[in-house]
Design a protein around this ligand. Sequence first.
Ligand code: SF4
Length: 101
Amino acid sequence: MKSTRRQFMMTSAAGLASMGLASTASAQAMVAETDAQAIALGYNANSAKVDVAKFPKHKADQFCNNCALYTAKGADNGACSIFPGKLVAGQGWCNLWVKKA
Ligand code: SF4
């Protein structure tokens, strides 16, 4: 079967489009501070902005990236077993913070 230039271009375009969709689907979403669970746990992507009147356990040196439940994916964010399938900010905090051993 002889392949035409038009067939080649259409096949290439379809391949590139599917690669774009695949990379979008594999990117994990960040936990939104507006998620019901995030609100209940006082999660804030910026630890410095935690309402200490509401969450008196919070200390200024506590961040997701020094919490025992944080698994780094990169410098700025990582996975947390409390929020499966999503990423938390390395500089974030929630009321379940536990000192990393
Ligand atoms: S459990 Fe730890 S890593 Fe997970 S959101 Fe709370 S402070 Fe961040």
